[in-house]
Design a protein around this ligand. Sequence first.
Ligand code: SAM
Ligand code: ASE
Length: 346
Amino acid sequence: MSSAGEVEYPKKILEYMEGFLVSKTLFAACELGVFDFLLASERPMSAAQVAAGLGTDVDGMERLLSACAGLELLGTQAAGGEVLYSNTDMSRMYLSRSSPRSLFHSVEYYSKTVYLCWNYLTDAVREGKNQYEKAFGLPSEDLFEALYRSDDEMIKFMQLMNSTWNVCGRDVMTAFDLSPFKTIYDLGGCSGALAKQCVRAYPQSSVTIFDLPKVVSTCREHFVSPTDERIFFHEGDFFKDLLPEADLYILARILHDWTDECCVELLSRVHQSCKPGGGVLLVEALLNEDNSGPLTAQLYSLNMLVQTEGRERKASEYSALLTTAGFANVEVQRTGKIYDAILARK
Ligand code: SAM
Ligand code: ASE
């Protein structure tokens, strides 16, 4: 709805045009270690002190800290004609590297990978394919070869995947009563964050994380500890290897990486291995049936274009993929958060 105000002053357009200035300010502050430095210093610091500690230009740091304060990522206080900066509760919790709920590595992933791919969004829309070749000089034949182009990149991706489920993992796992399913496989289970939420919500069930060999070994090394009970591992390729028999298969943010053809192929393989009466749980950011939103899913779908072979889909599109692969009784539960759940039965 347009109003007289919007014609006189295009607030939204200006905000959107400059939105990346905000992202880059956050990226730079994280990468320079501003939030960690202020955490370690344990008292408010001047721009000159932060600049000296982090080895940057004083004027540059002054402007960066001031912008972070404007974004409410830092607090300020005046002391004898000087401004002193300190972390807010939010930045202490989410932006310092070592906090248990840290988004530091996710920010790094957006800065070093997502942002570079989005530099070629226009090309991606023209060509209808991901932009690894232009962004990183990588051939894009094998999607996860490109996504995991180094061990460091793979760990950052796993940390990004991991951080989501601290925020919406429980809602997704309790959207349906999954207690009848005792043997659960999390296909493409990655860092195991959703598996942990699953065994917590269902004390009678066990979850096996199925993923590519190097992901499974990184998961055991960095993410899941031997004290995490009822969590097991299985190395494999879900497009090539025989899938083990189970009561329930979780596919969280898997189908959105792939074309419809690949999704049907994968779901058919799942259907073949699934016990009769068993099921499959899809966890994805659902688009509205008329494509009118949510904005996050619309933007994520563009990200799937620049970064993967897939797209975000509507519930009816997932339902069609499931029934084509042989599943029935498709039920949809929206959580009101980013990710929703779809359950179907064999
Ligand atoms: N399910 C996790 C989540 O939601 O946080 C991770 C989703 S991530 C987008 C996709 C996962 O699928 C990655 O962990 C990746 O290693 C795994 N994957 C990709 N191709 C695979 C394959 N052919 N076989 C097994 N796992 C695969
Ligand atoms: C994928 C998920 C993501 C593949 C690449 C990805 C995410 C970022 N890059 O399966 C997480 C969701 N965020 C966005 C912006 O899509």
